[in-house]
Design a protein around this ligand. Sequence first.
Ligand code: ZN
Ligand code: ZN
Length: 411
Amino acid sequence: MQFFKLLDKLADLAVKVGVNLQPGQTLVLRSNTESRILARKIVERAYAAGAKRVIVDWSDEYVSRAGFLNMAEETLKDIPQHVVERSRYYVAEEACFISISSPMPGLNKDLDPKKVQIAARAAQEKLAFLREYTMGNQSQWTIISAANKVWARKVFPELRPREAINALWDAIFKASRVIVETDPVEEWNNHNKELKQHADKLNELNFKKLHFKNSLGTDLTVGLVENHIWVAGGEKAANGIYFNPNIPTEEAFTMPHKMMTEGKVVATKPLHYGGKLIEDFWLRFEGGKVVEFDAEKEKETLANILSFDDNASYIGEIALISHDSPISNTNILFYNTLFDENASCHMALGRAYPMNIKDGIGAPIASLVEKGYNDSMVHVDFMFGSSDMEISGITQDDEEIKVFENGNFII
Ligand code: ZN
Ligand code: ZN
């Protein structure tokens, strides 16, 4: 059956292109029980590629939900020692990580956002070393998606359940460049070459800042750190292995200076966070910090993100994506950042990526902070690109160069 052929290819893509698993390497696979069909395939393909051991970290959305509903705040705050030890073992093993993203939008819309926040913050604090290992690219990691019933119903409310889940799988395969006729590994090599061209041009131009403007009210200047690096597609981890952190990916992204964002940005897609959907929101920045914001829906959730820690109200990533991109052209709202962020220019509240600055990988975080790096426990992307987005770059000699016209790259 065609579906299983495509599923095999997607699993192979995660192993060979996503993490580029090396023979003898340990793989940690994070999956919820909704994604077990893809998880089992990935385990199979990982052993076929020579994995030493594959460890699956299962989670279940309904079990997590029951915990949030019933556990006391002190219990939610208390991360059991074995969870910490397990992560220490992964780092000691120099494991690579595949995460399957299969969100269930709306499932937790009645949960107390404060309780979710408490648990998330406790985990982020206890497992800071693991975040530095993965987000600092010490080893290879990737995120890939699998469909589930709840997600499919949200994306395709007009279809019958069976049709909706097929349509969502179909969209995931297409966006991930997995098609029956071609070898996805080869497809991705070509795709990466194209993505690199934009990043190379932006690196060559070495802008001091970017100015964004559209008819929705976005009028924003984002200063970039000195010696910033635009990254697109695959990357090299500190262990020297080339990998692709996001499947799919269409973006070129870099590091904004923590203190140098000014003006207003209006989001163009809802933001799904902690089971809630924040809709029709905008933020206004002064000296890099969000000083004013509003949302038509879930303003409290947005406020929770911004106050997660001292630096969650500053940005750590700015990403450019042509409005005319394969994911954008599907015109599907995925309610999943992994997809929606690739349909639109976006920025992230919170933590920056060390790879986006010269000699950043493996550098002490304190030395990066001095250069304008934002260190936070969160990294939350939201989308603000539009079909009429105009972007210009200001060079080091204060020359203005148009980068985007009518939503698309023109350089
Ligand atoms: Zn991004
Ligand atoms: Zn991001």
